[in-house]
Design a protein around this ligand. Structure first.
Ligand SMILES: *Cc1c(COP(=O)(O)O)cnc(C)c1O
Length: 292
């Protein structure tokens, strides 16, 4: 069996949800579990938050099909909320946010409707957007959506740890190439670890040389193009790296060291949302923590 798994820490999920609630004590927070809970498994995440979250949000009706029949059978579905979504709540520049907010406030006054506006960045950084309800999503999974971190986002805990192992070791002479098209060349005598994780598992093929990876809880760098089933890491400075050593692609290593998915995303020219939702079923989800 391939050693690749996505470990899901449900206690961290609950911690992050509580953090979202503490940011907006006057609002109720809808836990956003669309896109299979951002790749973490919608059912398990909903069950883990069942006691805390008064409501859940999904993006399309197929995802809501569990609840749909119940809803349509209810004789008294009458509550109407003014719901909208921010385009720039993650940016420090407040110009567009303020324009959008002013229009929504005008509309809310006109309709006398309760508000449901804030996504994670607005929950974290724009108290003026906190309504009767908020809709935190990616922060529940431990990712910091803000352009510039603040003291609250620093308390977020990673929920998913994408974990694998070293499956082969290679000694290289200076100048020897690694991987397809030989993109990486050893700048010195090097030790390269081959890791059981590739784009066929959902790891981003755009990861540059230098993308961080934890081997035995120590930061190392990807060396060479990511291939379908494997990727290669320069472990010259991790003398204890051997076949079977723990590899964390993002999340928390067993020695407690954290590699934020946001940081990996920057090396792949993308955002945490695509990395988390991109993990394929070939990496089985393994759940930890209190399930309810
Ligand atoms: C995805 C989504 C959210 C949550 O956004 P995050 O940035 O993940 O917090 C909230 N509202 C709507 C309408 C969404 O589609």
């Amino acid at each position: 069996m391939r050693p690749l798994v996505a470990d899901i820490d449900l206690d961290a999920l609950r911690h992050n949800y509580q953090l979202a609630c503490r940011c907006a004590p006057k609002s109720r927070s809808v836990a956003v579990i669309k896109a299979d809970a951002y790749g973490h498994g919608a059912l398990a995440c909903a069950q883990a938050l069942e006691r805390d979250a008064p409501a859940f949000a999904v993006a399309c009706i197929e995802e809501a099909a569990a609840i749909w029949r119940k809803l349509s059978a209810a004789p008294n579905v009458t509550a109407l909320h003014l719901m909208s979504h921010f385009a720039t709540a993650d940016l420090q520049d407040s110009r567009y946010f303020n324009q959008q907010m002013a229009r929504l406030q005008g509309l809310a006054k006109e309709l006398d409707a309760p508000l449901c506006l804030a996504n994670s960045p607005a929950t974290l950084a724009w108290p003026v957007a906190h309504g009767d309800w908020n809709r935190p999503g990616v922060m529940l999974y431990g990712s910091d959506p803000l352009e510039v971190a603040n003291d609250i986002t620093q308390q977020l805990q990673p929920v998913m740890t994408l974990r694998s192992e070293v499956i082969a070791m290679r000694e290289l002479e200076e100048g020897e190439p690694v991987g397809y098209s030989g993109r990486w060349r050893a700048p010195r005598r090097s030790r390269i670890a081959v890791v059981a994780c590739g784009y066929g598992d959902g790891y981003d093929r755009h990861a540059r040389d230098g993308t961080p990876v934890l081997v035995n809880g120590q930061r190392c760098a990807i060396a060479g193009k990511v291939s379908m089933d494997m990727l290669t890491v320069d472990v010259t400075d991790v003398p204890d790296a051997v076949i079977g050593s723990e590899v964390v692609l993002w999340g928390r290593a067993s020695n407690g060291v954290i590699l934020p998915v946001d940081e990996v995303a920057r090396y792949c020219d993308t955002i945490s949302y695509t990395l988390l939702t991109g993990v394929l079923p070939r990496a089985p989800r393994r759940y930890h923590g209190r399930s309810v």
